[in-house]
Write a protein that binds this ligand. Structure first.
Ligand SMILES: O=C(O)CCC(=O)C(=O)O
Length: 280
């Protein structure tokens, strides 16, 4: 029996590739997390430029957020009992922010062995069609790995402006609207993106990428992850330290080491993708 999702939601995830909305915590708790995040950003200008891929190793609020029991209950319902938090991220669109995400599949550049990987997108502000909420193409996770290209388009919030190279039926897209404290789950192969913020309301969401413990990194580098539920009987990932303070020295040193490796790995995967493209 599922822990928090209904049977229909679990089935919906399998069939459509997403579930939305699910409540993680009250709106006031979301305001609390947002306040801690904003204060750190004020005190550390450029924070999000440094804090890529695994900012949960640097900030205690984010390390707490990725362990929220209701989020883990929902993740357990789709991934099973042994869960690692592999990566986290921050997608913040200020009022009238032109930033957008072109249609893409998350799995494309991650190098993970299989798609037992799910993202929780947690809303710290309202996230609506007008302020550029995430949009998904239901059932697209069943279409296999689609070809992507690096567009480096102005405003694209992905690092190289990644975009799939097939036409998307916009009419089929679904807006994942959320209120503060709610989250959605989406499958790592699901085609998704988001439009610019055309409103006066900030749109800020936190992504947490969870993997089932049997998943491996395939790029020849010992990646890291945090066990957040169950048991890790596989040991494919290096266990991560938990920061006891923001920018905890031990966790920060680990972060620098692992994210340096991860950046090199990403560049290698991108180069490999480019050479495959060139051969086609
Ligand atoms: O926040 C957004 O607009 C898109 C997020 C996204 O692309 C992702 O979670 O992979």
């Amino acid at each position: 029996m599922p822990k928090i999702l209904t049977d229909a939601q679990v089935q919906g995830y399998r069939t459509d590739g997403y579930v939305c909305p699910i409540r993680a915590f009250d709106a006031e708790v979301a305001v609390g997390y947002r306040g801690r995040m904003d204060r750190l950003e004020v005190d550390n200008p450029g924070l999000w430029t440094r804090a890529k891929v695994k900012p949960h190793l640097l900030m205690t609020w984010l390390n707490e957020l990725m362990r929220e029991p209701r989020i883990l209950d929902a993740v357990e319902d789709v991934l099973g009992p042994d869960i690692l938090a592999w990566a986290t991220g921050h997608f913040d669109k200020k009022p009238h922010d032109p930033g957008f995400l072109a249609w893409h599949q998350d799995a494309t550049y991650w190098g993970l062995s299989e798609p037992s990987v799910v993202t929780a997108w947690v809303a710290l502000t309202p996230s609506t069609r007008r302020n550029g909420c995430m949009r998904v193409v239901p059932q697209s996770h069943t279409e296999g790995q689609l070809r992507h290209t690096d567009t480096f388009a102005a405003g694209n919030m992905a690092s190289r402006g990644q975009e799939i190279q097939v036409d998307v039926d916009e009419a089929a897209a679904v807006d994942l609207e959320l209120q503060p404290g709610e989250f959605s789950l989406h499958h790592t192969m699901l085609v998704h993106g988001s439009l610019p913020n055309t409103s006066d309301v900030r749109r800020c969401g936190i992504t947490i990428r969870y993997v089932a413990a049997h998943v491996r990194q395939t790029t020849g580098f010992r990646d890291s992850a945090t066990l957040v539920r169950g048991t890790d009987r596989h040991g494919h990932f290096r266990p991560e330290p938990r920061p006891t303070t923001d920018f905890d020295p031990a966790a920060s040193a680990f972060y620098d080491e692992i994210v340096g490796e991860a950046e090199r790995r990403k560049a290698a995967i991108a180069a490999q993708a480019d050479s495959v493209r060139d051969e086609r």
